[in-house]
Write a protein that binds this ligand. Structure first.
Ligand code: Z2T
Length: 742
């Protein structure tokens, strides 16, 4: 520290080789140096994993150069920064993605070949960063890639869970959960910032204090935990812009509990301190249902408080008051999970920075925007007041004060319609008095964002109807997207090469709209043939994986029919399985001679069930039970197979999607807010079997309904069908299996 001034900037520059070179021999030297000095293995003897570690560190060095330049650039320019707050990021692997975005993947592959290593083989050594549940979390990851590529001065903020999403193991057909020890072998993609730490406070009481002749509130917290930053550089493609995903880990605070030290209870004092780390220890695996758990609320406030201290510190570096705060800071709330940030900004501005309430409120109203990802009411968070009061007493007061002003304002706007007032209140009175986090987020945000057009319509006409009528200008939507860099370039390199060849440019890697240029070649038989070959090779890769994971041999000339996503009743994996049972039954009852007309099919299902979601767990068991029966029936052979792919995650998706012929997105219409899986399949040339739901509605408009299989009832038909009850007939031989499992 302070070395810069002592050594002298001139001399420092003289000592630095700016920048690292990326020719094959420089890369080789670099990798071997990392084998020796970072991994501490002999450069004459190291295995694939050690080679991966050295390679990762070599890529990381190049990331860091760009990352430093980016920070320096934006520090000088001081633009408005976008802060994306999310409890979940499903980053998956980083090696290929980083090397490709840096534009040096092929150089590395060449360099490695001469050393006797294969880039792809080393890339397989990396474990997934699975700090999230499903679509919401992968969307966050795709957005980070796009923000970096499009040169935004963006920051992602989240939690560095010690254990990510559980590993799914299938035993006797049932899902078992195992902890995800993703950090056990080290993580070269993060940089621990031991000096970027902030105290985060919990519990305690709020007292009145005399101040400037009046009173003010002071929070006297009861517990302090330290948040330590871990920075994950996110490189854009074809730009030097490399932004930061800053994840917080909990550490015991330095402010020691003097009382217990003085009373001689040293061992207990140390052990108690260690408990602080539990805050960031594990990701909650429920992707929707909200349970009022204290640890979850602690996680939310922990990451919100640390992030805001960091953001405000950065703002204050170049501003002496808060006048320009809304011009320099945009806070995007990924679902309601980070919405305590609203109360926290009020608290910091009023209690710590001593701005008046109205001035602080004026700032708050200009900086927050809120994305919601669901239409299902069980997904809406309601924090019990008792819980909030004990953990964050000052925040509860602030929320009450916000609600008071808001309800007064509301009465002026809509009159004394008490039903509506109580529906719209941030506070829910009832058996368990609670805070409606979505209402808080809507009241305090300038924009409420849906994730597809129909989703936004449902928000306006149903879920948040009262609010839409009050503030129509707040409601907007941005239909979800996925990054083609991860979902074509990284995961399907041969298709990527094919597209670049036929478009005559790689520009589509930064500008996805250019893919439309392929339309001119739509009838080109050579292109079709090349594409088929690409698919075939991807299917062979997938078939090998299936055999290794489940022991089932599948034919690559069969149609691969895939449904991979979290297991949910509304996503209707059960319907898919019953459809497979029906298909099996038809084949069994068919004349032998007719069987030649059947297109052989491999049905692939994969996904995790929330540990407490019993029906979802049973759907997994049913799938495995049906698979057992079908796959061992020599009478059916290659005509029909069913495989459940265990431990579905980002890397598995990268393997499965490029090998799929048909993919299923068959949610009950009106339930899938957007859906992003369909886009990944689509851009790999896979056919869709899909309900008119979520983003599919817009996909149909883009590709035309003749280019897909439209499935199931329309949204407006669903209520009447529910009324009518089930009409499905399950073949007798399976009725017992289904009844037994379900
Ligand atoms: C999630 O992945 C999604 C919604 C949630 O609601 C929670 C989770 Cl963990 C609280 C998904 C939606 O189901 C999906 O339709 C959407 O595409 C995705 O978020 C991203 O917006």
């Amino acid at each position: 520290r302070g070395g810069e001034t002592r050594v002298g900037v001139e001399r420092m520059f003289g000592l630095m080789d700016r920048f690292l070179k990326s020719d094959p021999s420089s890369l080789q030297k670099d990798i071997l140096d990392h084998v020796e000095y970072t991994v501490a293995r002999s450069r004459f003897s190291f295995d694939d994993f050690e080679a991966y570690q050295a390679l990762a560190h070599s890529v990381r060095d190049r990331l860091i150069e760009r990352w430093h330049d980016t920070q320096l650039h934006f520090k000088k320019k001081d633009p408005k920064r976008i802060y994306f707050l999310s409890m979940e990021f499903l980053m998956g692997r980083s090696l290929s993605n980083s090397a490709i975005n840096l534009g040096i993947r092929d150089q590395y592959a060449d360099a490695l070949k001469e050393l006797g290593f294969e880039f792809e083989v080393l890339a397989e050594q990396e474990g997934d960063a699975a700090l999230g549940n499903g679509g919401l979390a992968r969307l966050s990851a795709c957005q980070m890639d796009s923000l970096a590529t499009m040169d935004y001065p963006a920051w992602g903020y989240g939690l560095r869970y010690q254990y990510g999403l559980f590993r799914q193991v299938i035993l006797d057909g049932y899902q078992h959960e195992q902890p995800d020890y993703w950090l056990n072998f080290g993580n070269p993609w993060e940089i621990e910032r031991v000096h970027v730490t902030y105290p985060v406070k919990f519990y305690g009481t709020v007292e009145d204090e005399n101040f400037n002749g009046g009173k003010r509130k002071v929070w006297l917290p009861g517990e302090t935990v330290e948040a330590v930053a871990y920075d994950n550089p996110i490189p854009g493609h074809g730009t030097r812009n490399t932004i930061t995903l800053r994840l917080w880990a909990a550490k015991p605070s330095d402010q020691i509990d003097m009382e217990s030290y003085n009373t001689g209870d040293y061992i207990n004092a140390v052990v108690n301190r260690q408990r602080a780390e539990t805050i960031s220890s594990v990701l909650f695996p429920d992707d929707r249902s909200y349970q009022g758990k204290e640890l979850r609320l602690k996680q939310q406030y922990f990451f919100v408080s640390a992030s805001l201290q960091d953001i405000i510190r950065r703002f204050k570096d170049s501003h002496s008051n808060f006048d320009d705060f809304p011009e320099k800071v945009a806070l995007q709330l990924n679902d309601t999970h980070p919405s305590l940030a609203i109360a926290e900004v009020m608290r910091v501005l009023v209690d710590e920075e001593h701005l008046g309430w109205n001035r602080a409120w004026d700032i708050v109203c200009k900086i927050f925007s809120f994305t919601t990802h669901t239409v299902l009411p069980e997904g809406l968070e309601k924090v019990p007041v008792d819980l909030l009061e004990s953990l964050l007493p000052r925040h509860l007061q602030i929320i009450y004060d916000i609600n008071f002003d808001y309800i007064e304002e509301l009465k002026k706007r809509i009159g004394l319609d008490y039903d509506r007032l109580s529906r719209m209140s941030i506070v829910e009175d009832g058996a368990i008095k609670s805070i409606r986090m979505a209402n808080l987020a809507i009241v305090c945000s300038h924009t409420v964002n849906g994730v597809s057009r129909v989703h936004s319509e449902l928000l306006k006409t149903r879920v948040f109807k009262d609010f839409y009528e009050l503030w129509p200008h707040k409601f907007d939507y941005k239909t979800n997207g996925v990054t083609q860099r991860r979902w074509i370039v990284v995961s399907n390199p041969s298709l990527s090469a094919l597209i670049s060849k036929w478009l005559g440019t790689e520009a589509w890697i930064r500008d996805v709209d250019l893919l439309a240029g392929l339309q001119e070649q739509a009838a080109n038989a050579d292109l079709h043939e090349e594409w088929r070959m690409v698919r075939k090779v991807n299917k062979m890769r997938l078939a090998e994986y299936i055999e290794a994971m489940s022991g089932v041999k599948v034919s690559v000339s069969a149609m691969f029919d895939v449904q991979i996503k979290r297991i949910h009743e509304y996503k209707r994996q059960l319907l898919n399985i019953l459809g497979i049972v029906h298909r099996y039954d038809c084949i069994k009852n068919m004349e032998k001679s007719d069987r030649t007309k059947v297109v052989p099919r491999v049905c692939i299902i994969g996904g995790k069930a929330a540990p407490g979601y019993e029906i979802a767990r049973k759907i997994i068991k049913l799938c495995n039970a049906v698979a057992e029966k079908i796959n061992n029936d020599p009478d059916v052979g290659d005509l029909l197979k069913l495989v459940f792919i265990p431990d579905y995650n980002v890397s598995v998706a990268e393997l499965v999607i490029p090998g799929a012929d048909l993919s299923q997105h068959i949610s009950t219409a009106g339930h899938e807010a957007s859906g992003t899986g369909s886009m990944k399949f689509l851009m790999n040339g896979c056919l869709l079997l899909a309900t008119e739901d979520g983003s599919t509605v817009e996909i149909i408009e883009e590709i035309g309904k003749d280019n897909m299989f439209l499935f199931g009832a329309k949204m407006h038909e669903v209520p009447a069908l529910r009324e009518k009850g089930p009409t499905l007939k399950v073949p007798l031989q399976f009725a017992r299996v289904v009844r037994y499992v379900m």
